[in-house]
Design a binder for this molecule. Structure first.
Ligand SMILES: CCCCC/C=C\C/C=C\CCCCCCCC(=O)SCCNC(=O)CCNC(=O)[C@H](O)C(C)(C)COP(=O)(O)OP(=O)(O)OC[C@H]1O[C@@H](n2cnc3c(N)ncnc32)[C@H](O)[C@@H]1OP(=O)(O)O
Ligand SMILES: CCCCCCCC/C=C\CCCCCCCC(=O)OC[C@@H](O)COP(=O)(O)O
Length: 254
């Protein structure tokens, strides 16, 4: 019962907070702009206190370079939204599945924040939507946050990556910055109906340049990102990987 109460309250918070945030965003900025993301961020960062979730971030300063880039991160559940807003840099929009747009105030606040909605079932439409982002990324000095797994994944591993984020980065010739969240499985497990409090480690990895890369380099770029994120995911989640090493590489943020 506690699981359903906590998940239900999370959804209710999303609906209520997004309705309020819509009013604040329209009053402050008048309409759809990435600047609304800083308002949304302030609201969402309150959620962690309701659920006793702590974040331990490493390397967050790597996201503060005021330049366009593609940020990619692993995606475990709707709780990821808290982790996203914990480290979201300025001028950063997200790519989201179109279904979220139809979720009442949640969809509206995402629209107001500049979120790009894609239809995962229509690859060509999704690709052209992302191509459009690639065309404006540099001149609008935008960052874009993409979940390359393309869906939530509660397995104790990373799914294979979709290619869209890498096409976008190579098309715009901007770096890819991987962000890895440790596994939630110690405090959040839908099958076992577990949703308690816990700590999430977040590590921002070094930017991966795409200058000079072309479409033919995408499989290798994807593979490089996938393996470095998978190794980090195992390390942050204390899941012994092939050579059994654990523990973060950089110092915790002060
Ligand atoms: C105030 C309180 C608020 C309360 C709460 C409310 C809101 C919070 C506010 C904001 C938070 C927002 C949070 C948003 C989170 C949303 C999370 C999600 O929705 S995740 C799901 C959606 N995301 C994705 O799917 C992104 C990853 N997917 C992709 O990038 C895919 O590549 C794709 C573009 C969708 C295409 O999908 P497909 O399945 O076809 O995959 P492939 O990548 O395998 O591509 C197939 C094929 O096409 C070629 N390809 C791909 N892209 C391109 C391209 N751009 N140009 C040319 N060709 C391309 C690719 O090479 C493949 O070909 P081949 O197999 O021959 O190699
Ligand atoms: C007054 C009208 C109310 C309308 C009903 C709204 C109810 C929805 C309430 C809260 C939903 C929480 C969504 C918050 C945004 C979280 C973003 C996110 O991380 O979702 C991604 C996830 O989805 C991916 O789905 P898939 O696993 O790819 O498939």
């Amino acid at each position: 019962a506690n699981f359903y109460f906590r998940i239900g309250s999370y959804c209710v918070l999303c609906v209520v907070f997004s309705a309020v945030a819509c009013v604040v965003c329209v009053l402050c900025h008048g309409g759809r702009t990435v600047r609304n993301m800083s308002i949304i961020k302030r609201f969402v960062r309150i959620f962690k206190y309701f659920y006793g979730i702590q974040f331990e971030t490493y390397g967050e300063e790597k996201l503060h370079d005021d330049k366009p880039c593609v940020i990619i991160s692993n995606h475990q559940s709707i709780l990821d939204m808290m982790g996203l807003m914990e480290v979201l840099p300025r001028n950063c929009i997200q790519i989201a599945k179109r279904e979220l747009f139809y979720m009442g105030p949640v969809g509206l606040i995402m629209y107001l924040g500049g979120v790009i909605f894609i239809n995962r079932k229509r690859t060509s439409a999704a690709m052209s939507a992302m191509e459009e982002v690639g065309n404006t990324l540099v001149q609008e000095n935008l960052k874009v946050w993409i979940y390359p797994e393309g869906t939530r994944n509660e397995s104790y591993d990373l799914l294979p990556f979709k290619k869209g984020a890498f096409y976008l980065a190579v098309q715009a010739q901007v770096p890819v910055i991987p962000v890895v969240y440790s596994s939630f499985s110690s405090f959040y497990h839908p099958e076992k109906k577990i949703f308690t409090s816990g700590k999430i480690k977040v590590e921002v990895l070094d930017p991966i340049k795409t200058e000079g890369l072309t479409v033919t380099d995408i499989p290798k770029l994807l593979e490089t990102c996938h393996s470095v994120m998978r190794e980090t995911f195992f390390r942050l989640s204390n899941k012994p990987n092939e050579n059994g090493t654990n523990g973060p590489t950089s110092q915790p943020m002060q």
